[in-house]
Design a protein around this ligand. Structure first.
Ligand SMILES: [Zn+2]
Ligand SMILES: [Zn+2]
Length: 395
């Protein structure tokens, strides 16, 4: 007598399967019938489903066995080794003469999609490696014992489907926009250098921002942003209360046009950058830095009212400053008066989270050693910067 629940000399006999091996491999509904080591040191695990009575999917008549069709799939690595799955799929033939089905093959999309190269969990593992472990596609391919193309070709449709799912835009009340340079080569070879990036800067119930990169679209213009806002639909646009932007008139026009109910807020980071630039220019010319400290100081006040009062002083005083660089900064801020002051009316809405995202993007540009395809770039960056996650629970 043999005991089917333990690993004895041989695990699998006829159609009695080994619980230990099945637990170890963990493909629900499939049983291990063999394990071999291949030449490269990887494992090949042969699996099959238990015999069952199968009805024809069209007419329901009990189908006759039509033998096996072996499908090879790359699975997630195990015990430090790449793993291939050999799935001995059952095939059947409908015996009903009037039925058009003919023969059909066992399918289980929880294991793998039809014609897939990777198992479903292999795909999940690969996506996780990029999302959480800053993995490179070539490194993932190495760990799986397969090719770059196989990995990216397998996960790209998953990322594209997640990107096309509009539910990821739910609950956005603070929306940032920023220009983004995605390549530095000739536009004739790779299209426009600029992308427009949209960032979810909505705060959670504790007032913290978990910035998510929502999208990257080609071009840098008000039209690009307005079109993106239009595509999101009325409920999305109505929900946005705060719209942050860098001092670029095109984006402001899009906000005025498409987000009429939102408060536009000039991004503090960019204002400080402008102020710092002005001060550096002055410093290079004369050794004086009083005004610049004030330019930054408006954001360092403990309460919005004090900050706003200081900002009003900047707006009143800077444009008439005898130092030309400061006067220029003052005039720029005056042109952006409402959006500059919007910061203090919105509890300090700012693009700070955008900086964290930019850091991640820079990291992944280096990890990937460059991108040639803008859509691959978009999907990769949306994945690593949280844009394909479902939004956090609404408060
Ligand atoms: Zn076993
Ligand atoms: Zn049939």
């Amino acid at each position: 007598m043999f005991e089917p629940t333990t690993c004895t000399a041989r695990c699998h006999r006829d159609d009695l399967y080994c619980d230990n091996c099945d637990l170890l491999v963990g493909l629900a509904g499939l049983h291990v019938v063999g394990v071999e080591r291949d030449q490269g040191g990887g494992l090949t695990v042969t699996v099959e489903s238990a015999p069952q009575v199968m009805g024809c999917p069209a007419c329901g008549v009990v189908a006759a066995s039509h033998g096996r069709r072996v499908v090879r799939l790359v699975d997630s690595p195990c015990f430090g080794r790449p793993v291939d799955i050999r799935w001995r799929k059952r095939t059947w033939e409908c015996v009903e003469a009037s039925c058009p089905v003919g023969t059909f093959t066992e399918q289980d999309e929880t294991i793998a999609k039809p014609r897939a190269m990777l198992t479903a969990r292999g795909c999940r593992w690969a996506v996780h490696q990029i999302r959480r472990e800053h993995g490179s596609v070539s490194g993932i391919a190495r760990q799986l014992g397969t090719a770059w193309k196989t990995v990216w070709g397998s996960i790209r449709p998953i990322l594209a489907a997640a990107a096309a799912d509009e539910s990821r835009f739910a609950g956005v009340t603070t929306l940032g926009v920023d220009e983004h340079i995605w390549h530095h080569v000739s536009p004739a070879r790779r299209g426009p250098k600029e992308l427009t990036g949209m960032v979810d800067l909505t705060r959670d119930k504790d007032g913290r921002t978990h910035a998510r990169l929502l999208d990257l679209v080609p071009g840098r213009s008000g039209t690009v942003y307005a079109d993106w806002l239009k595509t999101r639909g009325e409920p999305f646009r109505k929900r946005v209360q705060v719209a942050t932007l860098d001092p670029f008139r095109g984006y402001k026009n899009a906000i005025d046009d498409q987000l009429a109910d939102a408060t536009a807020v000039l991004d503090a980071f960019h204002v400080v950058k402008l102020a710092t630039q002005a001060v550096d220019e002055v410093r290079r010319r004369v050794q004086q830095d009083i005004h610049g400290h004030r330019g930054r100081a408006v954001y360092h006040q403990n309460d919005p009212a004090t900050g706003r009062a200081l900002a009003e002083k900047v707006l009143a005083g800077f444009p008439s400053c005898p130092i030309p660089e400061i006067a220029r900064l003052g005039k720029t801020l005056k042109q952006w008066r409402d959006a500059f002051l919007g910061y203090f009316a919105t509890g300090g809405a700012n693009n700070g989270g955008t900086e964290a995202i930019n850091g991640l993007i820079e990291l992944h540009r280096r990890i990937a050693r460059g991108f040639r395809n803008p859509e691959n770039y978009r999907l990769r960056m949306l994945l690593i910067a949280g844009g394909l996650d479902q939004p956090p629970p609404q408060v």
